[in-house]
Structures are given as C-alpha cells and as structure tokens.
Design a protein around this ligand. Structure first.
Ligand code: GUN
Length: 288
C-alpha cells in the first residue's frame, strides 16, 4: 500500500507554478491579482481563505482580501463583484462558500465574470466542463485528477465510484473522469446497497463529509481510495474513510490531512495563472 502524499505533490506543483507565474508576469508586464471574498465568521472558511492567501504570497500572486460582514446584503455583495469584474488588476475572483442563508449563492456566483471564475463554479464554466470544452475547472476535482496522474494511476477504463453529488466535488469530478474514459458511478443519500457498488470500484472517491463512512468491508482489494472528507472529531481533523483498516486493503490511499486538501489550493493557483494568461493573450490578440 502506498500513501498518496498530497502535501508533497502540492509543494512540487507550487514550485512549478511559481516559475510559471514569473514567466507570465514577465511576458505581460502586469501583476497577477486574485480577489478573495469571505462573508461572515465561519471558522473553517477563515482557515481555508488564510491558506489561499498565503499560497498567493508564496507564488508572487497579489491577493486582495475582502472580509465582509455576515449582515451584508446580496445587492452589496453583487455590486462588489461587478466592480471586480471590470478591475484590470484582478484576474481571478473567489467567493468562499458557504454564504449566509439570506444570500442566494447561485445569484452571486453567476455574477462573476466566467473568465475570472477561478473556482469554476459559474454556469458558463460548468457548461464547458459538461461539453468537454476548455474550461477553468473546480479546484478539488482538478486536484484529484492531478494526484492520480502524478502517481501514474490509470484512469482510462477504470471503474470509478464517487460518493457524494455536490456541485463542488461529485458532479464536476464525474465529468472529469468520464472525459478520461473511466466508467463512473455516483452514489448519494438515496442509493441502495452502497457497499455492493463501492466493492466494484478500482478508484473510490468519498466526498460525503461523514467520519467513518467508508470502512474496509466497502473497499475492493487493491483499490485506489481518495478521501475528500473534512470532519472534526474530538478536536482532530479526519476524513470520511477509516484510514487504519482501509489502508490494509487498498493499493493507494490519500490521508486526511495532507491528501486532497493541499491540492485544492495548488489548483486554485493554477487556475488564477491560467485566467491571467488567457485574459492577456486575448488583449494582445485584440491589439495586434
Ligand atoms: N467551500 C468549500 N470548498 C470550496 C472551494 O473550493 N471554493 C470556494 N470558493 N468555497 C469552497
């Protein structure tokens, strides 16, 4: 059994991206800017946002942080996004989710200019992914595929089972695996006999957000197990997978922490540089 070291891989990727960011800035002579918007005081969100901002610093990307009150209205939030959409110094806009209940998430997300949608959450980017066109991909699914590729794990032809159908992980990941010629099944709260399905998985991804959800009896010998869960138990961070028992059965497994999490941030940086490059390439083409 091999532990998939997402922390190590993400550090390698961040070094590569630092070089890529330097080259891109040299070519276009402008800073790369990422706007990060956090509404309210959700403690987990604060940690994620802090990590995203420090990744920007490491790569020489300029981050602009907006910490907004829980009480902000949807209209005010949308008017900030409108400003950032036309701000030439900003290549990427990230609105940390979840938003407070009085704000309709979809209205806010879809106000982001698709070209600056570094989370890949807008209808336009989601539609491009669905149709297999070039798009800014949601960071966690993109990070999972990148991890598998870096460990030379074959995706084509594999039976992939995804637990969880969220817009952020399950659904986009389904399309990414399908594009790579896997046979993909999504399980959710209404799925019957989940174990019968998970036992067919060459690659099993759990993104349900429930500690101890995946146990050894659900995993085929020699499977690859990717744990996207982030759960708190007795002050400890744990995934969805019972690591100690499952690791005895599988060929590869991602730990929590140190598996998928760091990859999400690396992919956000990758998307930000990509959005910057595309925008400035387009400008050059228009001016030539
Ligand atoms: N909340 C949980 N995951 C994410 C993510 O990848 N991006 C944003 N913006 N919010 C999240």
């Amino acid at each position: 059994m091999q532990i998939i070291d997402g922390k190590l891989i993400s550090e390698t990727i961040r070094m590569e991206l630092k070089t890529a960011a330097g080259i891109a800035k040299g070519r276009y002579g402008k800073d790369i800017g990422l706007a990060v918007i956090l509404v309210g005081e959700n403690q987990a969100s604060k940690v994620y946002v802090k990590n995203k901002i420090s990744a920007c610093q490491q790569l020489g990307i300029v981050s602009r942080f907006y910490q907004l009150s829980e009480m902000i209205s949807q209209v005010e939030l949308i008017s900030l996004i409108d400003k950032l959409n036309v701000d030439d110094a900003i290549s990427g806009i990230l609105v940390q989710l979840p938003l407070p209940k009085h704000i309709l998430e979809a209205s806010v997300i879809d106000r982001i200019s698709p070209d600056k949608d570094v989370d890949g959450f807008t209808l336009v980017q989601a539609g491009r992914l669905l149709k297999g066109e070039q798009s800014l991909l949601p960071c966690t699914p993109k990070g999972i595929i990148e991890l598998l590729d870096r460990y030379n794990i074959e995706i084509s032809g594999a039976n992939v089972v995804i637990l969880g159908r969220s817009n952020i992980v399950g659904k986009p990941l389904f399309h990414l695996f399908l594009q790579r010629n896997a046979t993909v099944t999504i399980c959710h709260t209404k799925t019957r006999n989940i174990s019968d399905i998970t036992l067919t998985a060459d690659i099993l991804v759990s993104a349900v957000g429930r500690a101890h959800f995946v146990n050894a009896r659900m995993v085929k010998d020699g499977a690859v197990v990717i744990d996207v869960g982030i759960n708190h138990e007795n002050g400890k961070l744990i995934g969805d997978v019972e690591f100690d028992t499952v690791k005895e059965k599988c060929a590869y497994i991602t730990p929590v922490p140190g598996g998928v999490g760091p990859m999400t941030i690396a992919m956000l940086m990758s998307n930000t540089i990509e959005a910057y490059r595309r925008r400035h390439e387009n400008e050059c083409n228009l001016n030539s």
